[in-house]
Design a protein around this ligand. Structure first.
Ligand SMILES: *Cc1c(COP(=O)(O)O)cnc(C)c1O
Length: 474
């Protein structure tokens, strides 16, 4: 066993940062646990007023637990702070690739956000949810923005029929859309142009270059060719420009720089007779996954972006565009935790202790894909002393299936509940059935009530798409 460094929390309680001013004023992306996290008299972790141990008994394990208040608070903060700090019109759209499902769309839609989708499947999910909620076709069209570097003709037709804005990524698409518009006898198709500014963000630093090696977006050197092509196309209603520079960003400067270059490009477009009333700055604000992570608050990020856009517009003599931001991770990441049940344990003396849980890379592929760090608490013994450094392993046939490498925990026993925090973004949406593990259920919790939003897959779900040709049966 490795000694626990003195800076780390002593018990699970230390992860609950009490805030006397209440949940509404905290920035969800800076909080490890959802805003409603609490410890109850049984020493269990509670989220949304629900005891996690009881939820696991009721809904099974592993389980995604999505806190409605945290998700709604993040939506409101984005929306309200843009209204506070940006003097023009603004719209916040949820990057639904972070977690796309009917209930997630429904919660976010009622907070008056729009949606960024990147595939026909995400478009279908979003449209279905909004239709079931009673939104009109026109309202749905205005809420959805369709991204992607290789949209198929079928996907483009789907988007054109829905009437949403298409964020055009490349020349092939730019030339295909007018043909489709003609075939579908559509007058005009609302589009934005995605550009690849020479700004690249790694997690904790960024670089600015003239060119960027990226599969997304137009090279800014082609911007004049793009504008002059669009100016000739009657079927293209080019509303403005878009860029997205990366994810899990902890600095404000990259987006401030981005605002500057995008506004300069808006000005060039206006020289081609294009009005370009929209500027979409992308997403990318980071969240806290570990004690060491220190992202800016939603308020700080929105303020920095708003001021940079207004300043650039003043400098370039461009009227304030409608400003769009499309956060994914920072809206939903901190609103969810995953509860697992502890199973086997393997102690390699003087080297490492493995504690295995009943999920892993199939429900959270981020550690094996990106070496992402996470934090964990022992959800059924929140005040137990943290006294060991262990490795939390998944149950997949893959040595790399490790959820947390150096986790700080109290003594654990088979049957204990481990709660990994910050699993709302890019967990369920990237989940797989590797090793034929059924994907977990998800519940939405609020005010002591838990509602199922994703049913746990069954073994029969796993063979639902399998076909057994007759000739193999004889
Ligand atoms: C992924 C993505 C986002 C959201 O990024 P986050 O880091 O989750 O905020 C926004 N826009 C585009 C185009 C994206 O691809």
């Amino acid at each position: 066993m490795i000694a626990t460094p003195s800076t780390t929390p002593h018990t699970g309680q230390d992860y609950l940062q009490k805030n006397p001013t209440g949940t509404e004023t905290r920035s969800p992306n800076q909080s490890l646990l959802p805003l409603t996290a609490n410890i109850n008299s049984r020493d269990n972790l509670e989220i949304g007023g629900c005891d996690l141990k009881t939820l696991v008994e009721q809904f099974g394990s592993p389980l995604y637990i999505l806190d409605e208040i945290t998700l709604r608070t993040a939506c409101r903060q984005y929306r309200d702070f843009f209204q506070t700090y940006y003097q023009g019109e603004s719209q916040v759209i949820y990057a639904s690739k972070a977690w796309s499902s009917l209930a997630v769309v429904a919660v976010i839609a009622t907070e008056d956000l729009g949606f960024d989708v990147v595939s026909g499947g995400e478009l279908h999910t979003t449209q279905k949810a909004l239709t079931q909620m009673g939104y009109s076709n026109q309202e749905i069209a205005q809420k959805i923005y369709f991204h992607g570097n290789n949209k198929s003709v079928a996907e483009l037709k789907q988007a054109i029929e829905i009437g949403c804005t298409i964020i055009v990524d490349n020349w092939v698409e730019l030339q295909t859309i007018p043909q489709l518009a003609q075939n579908l006898s559509q007058q005009t198709i609302p589009i934005l142009i995605r550009l690849t500014p020479g700004i690249e963000c790694h997690t904790h630093d960024y670089i600015r270059t003239g060119h960027l090696d990226s599969k997304f977006g137009f090279d800014p050197n082609q911007i004049e060719a793009v504008f002059s092509y669009i100016a000739e196309q009657k079927s293209l209603d080019c509303r403005g420009l878009h860029a997205h520079i990366g994810s899990q960003i902890f600095e404000r400067q990259p987006h401030q720089d981005l605002a500057g270059v995008l506004v300069e490009w808006l000005k060039i477009g206006q020289e081609y007779g294009l009005t370009l009333p929209v500027l979409n700055i992308g997403g990318g604000l980071g969240i806290r996954y570990t004690e060491e992570d220190d992202p800016p608050s939603i308020e700080e990020w929105v303020k920095a972006v708003s001021e940079a856009v207004m300043k650039a517009c003043q400098r370039c003599g461009v009227p304030l565009p409608k400003l769009i931001a499309e956060p994914g991770r920072s809206l939903i990441g901190s609103a969810c935790v995953t509860a697992y049940t502890v199973g086997s344990q393997k102690e390699i003396p003087e080297l490492r202790t493995y504690i295995a849980v009943d999920g892993g890379m199939s429900d959270n592929p981020r550690p094996i894909t990106y070496q992402s760090a996470y934090s964990v608490v022992l959800g059924n013994k929140m005040s137990a002393q943290i006294n060991q450094t262990v490795t939390i392993a998944g149950k997949h046939c893959e040595s790399g299936d490790i959820l947390i490498k150096d986790a700080q925990l109290p003594q654990t026993h088979p049957g204990d509940i481990l709660v990994i925090m910050g699993t709302g973004a890019y967990n369920y949406s990237m989940a797989s059935n590797y090793n034929r593990l059924p994907r977990p259920a998800a519940v939405l919790v609020n005010n002591g009530e838990a509602n199922l939003i994703l049913r746990r897959e069954t073994y029969d779900d796993l063979i639902r798409q399998d076909c057994l040709p007759q000739k193999l049966l004889s």
